[in-house]
Design a protein around this ligand. Structure first.
Ligand SMILES: O=C(O)c1ccccc1NCC(=O)[C@H](O)[C@H](O)COP(=O)(O)O
Length: 602
């Protein structure tokens, strides 16, 4: 069925009237329909997730376009000016290039467009589009262009749209003037137009290449350049297939048991329980996994999937080095080529893990760009993937990135929460009252929380990194201080400045030092199912000492954030309550930091 775009929206009631359109357009170019980025953002919030948000530009700068893409956010952009191919290539979302059609020579030009879609329109009058004039559709009769890339515009209205569709068979029709009365959008005309275009159906058209997928509320999606779209789609299909395949699941669980050493205990922390004087404390011991953290649960799953897709080369990013070590380990086990990108700053902080990766046969690439931390490592890993996409799988380490990564990583990490649920029922005969896990990108936390999300009696608390304090500029408290934006292929909450530039994050813990948060966490924060609190570097360090001395378990710096938050939660809980802490990893990798920061410890 032909899709419908309603363009030039400026008012709330018109966005709502267009609710069954496939796409809505905001004009950022000189026009009587021009809106600001902020206004488009407000209006966009009223539309369903399935509706494409398209920004219309005429010769705007990359910075302006990028800001609109990230802020509104836009799922596509439409160019009506003389935008060069280099600009089209730089845009992270699909691009529509508009052409004015007067003669058959103009139609010829469509074939040279490198844009994802071409829009054919009558020449503009006052502005570069939206003139309300019809061009001669018969000029399109012999168009060579694949019609799945063709968008028809120019003087369409409820009376001529069916004829236009029959004659030109476009992928989408686009209207602006034809759904206006006296220069203002008209709700009745919008709805009549959609009905006519879709043959009396008010259904939105479901089609994979254009409908955003993998959204958690407003967050997630696939904001990737066209060069990666094929790989992302291939991965989506492969994961869909694998997750329902008993053989795949059997193999995955075989390695979790025989190689990682699962299941991991849910240890009753008797001395911490006594010292804190509140609820019974249980520790989920991801620190006991082979390689020292939860990361390996996901690395095994994705490495098996990569092999299923026939890919024998793996690229990964790492912050604290735990994901890099887990990936290098699994690549050694399965004889896969492995390259790991790691920020230069993190390389300094995590020397031991760097050596471990090398010993395991991985190539560690130092990333000197930006702050030399996790964000920059993800950037470089993504770049590497773009150029090696045919034979390489990007084994992302957290519940981040374009769909299906956040869902897939969550599923592979859900073993944490599933075991915990079973274990607490066996030990206590009931569910816990609260669960605390640390969040950077958020994979251990989402793996722990996911099986409990429907259990309303269980409070779920994420501990993010407050670094030097959330009121300083040195923190990684994305949910406390961040705002909506696109990073690393997904819409999420990120730390950014007023111009939409991603800010540097800071945490003493390399694994939490990330300016974004997985999309599912952003969603769970918005709907209030999970509460997120920020823990400072100093609070985390104090928890390292406390847990080491009370339980004989030296936690990773990341996990120490969860412990510090759990202690705060415990203050208002009673002895008949149960609190579970996810100890996501062990502290061996952090020994150099502990030795430096806790010098003089007595
Ligand atoms: O709508 C505008 O004012 C505008 C200004 C500058 C560039 C493009 C513009 N609009 C694009 C569109 O609304 C549509 O893509 C198309 O041109 C709609 O045309 P029409 O239905 O003839 O108004």
């Amino acid at each position: 069925m032909t899709r419908v775009k309603i363009c030039g929206l400026m008012e709330e009631q018109h966005v709502k009237a267009a609710s069954s359109a496939d796409a809505i357009g905001f004009v950022f170019a000189p026009s009587r329909r021009r809106v600001s980025i902020e206004r488009a953002q407000e209006l966009s919030r009223l539309a369903d997730n399935g509706v494409q948000r398209i920004g219309v530009f005429v010769n705007a700068s990359y910075e302006e376009i990028d800001k609109a893409v990230k802020t509104v956010p836009l799922t596509m952009v439409q160019f009506h000016g003389d935008e060069p191919d280099e600009l089209i290539r730089r845009i992270e979302v699909p691009v529509i290039q508009a052409f004015s059609i007067r003669t058959s020579d103009d139609v010829e030009k469509l074939n040279n467009s490198i844009a994802d879609y071409v829009l054919v329109d009558a020449p503009g009058t006052d502005y570069r589009g939206g003139s309300g004039h019809v061009f001669d559709w018969s000029l399109l009769e012999n168009v060579e262009l694949d019609h799945s890339r063709l968008i028809l515009a120019g003087g369409l209205n409820q009376d001529n749209v069916q004829a236009a569709i029959s004659q030109t068979n476009p992928f989408m029709v686009d209207v602006s003037s034809g759904v206006e009365t006296d220069g203002r959008k008209d709700e009745v005309k919008i709805q009549q137009f959609i009905l006519q275009a879709k043959g009396d159906s008010m259904e939105r058209t479901q089609e994979k290449t254009i409908d955003p997928v993998g959204f958690f509320g407003r967050y997630g999606g696939q904001f990737v350049p066209e060069t990666l779209m094929k790989a992302v789609k291939e991965l989506e299909a492969a994961y869909e297939d694998a997750k329902n395949d008993d053989e795949f699941q059997k193999e995955y669980h075989h390695y979790l048991k025989e190689y990682v050493g699962r299941e991991q205990p849910l240890t009753f922390a008797a001395r911490m329980t006594e010292a804190w004087g509140g609820p019974k404390i249980y520790l989920k011991r991801e620190d006991l996994n082979h390689t020292g953290a939860h990361k390996v649960n996901n690395a095994i799953g994705q490495a098996l999937l990569a092999q299923r897709m026939g890919k024998r080369k793996i690229v990964a990013e790492t912050g604290a080095g735990q994901h890099g070590v887990a990936t290098a380990t699994i690549c050694a086990l399965f004889d896969l080529d492995c390259v790991v990108f790691m920020g230069e700053e993190d390389i300094k902080r995590q020397q031991l893990n760097v050596f471990r990766m090398k010993l395991l046969g991985a190539r560690v690439e130092s990333v000197t760009k930006g702050s030399g931390t996790l964000k920059d490592a993800v950037n470089e890993a993504l770049r590497y993937w773009v150029t090696n996409v045919e034979d390489t799988h990007y084994l992302i380490g957290s519940a981040l990135g374009p769909h299906p990564f956040p869902t897939m990583v969550r599923d592979f990490q859900s073993v944490i929460g599933k075991e915990t649920k079973q274990q607490i029922l066996e030990k206590e005969g009931r569910l816990p009252d609260a669960i605390v896990a640390c969040v950077g990108g958020g994979s251990n936390a989402i793996g722990m929380f996911h099986p409990f999300v429907e259990d309303a009696s269980v409070r779920l608390i994420g501990a993010e990194a407050a670094g030097a304090g959330v009121d300083t500029d040195r923190h990684a408290a994305t949910l406390t201080k961040g705002s909506e934006g696109v990073l690393h292929g997904a819409m999420m909450k990120i730390l950014q400045d007023d111009a939409g530039q991603v800010q540097e994050a800071h945490s003493i813990s390399a694994g939490l030092d990330y300016p974004g948060i997985g999309p599912e966490h952003a969603y769970l924060a918005d709907n209030g199912r999970v509460t997120y609190e920020a823990i400072t570097d100093d609070e985390a360090l104090a928890s390292v000492i406390e847990m080491s001395r009370l339980e004989g378990i030296i936690p990773a710096l990341e996990s120490a954030h969860a412990i510090a938050e759990a202690k705060k939660q415990a203050q208002s809980m009673t002895a008949d309550e149960i609190l579970v802490i996810c100890v996501s990893g062990r502290g061996d990798k952090d020994m150099a930091t502990y030795a430096e920061k806790l010098e003089g410890l007595s």
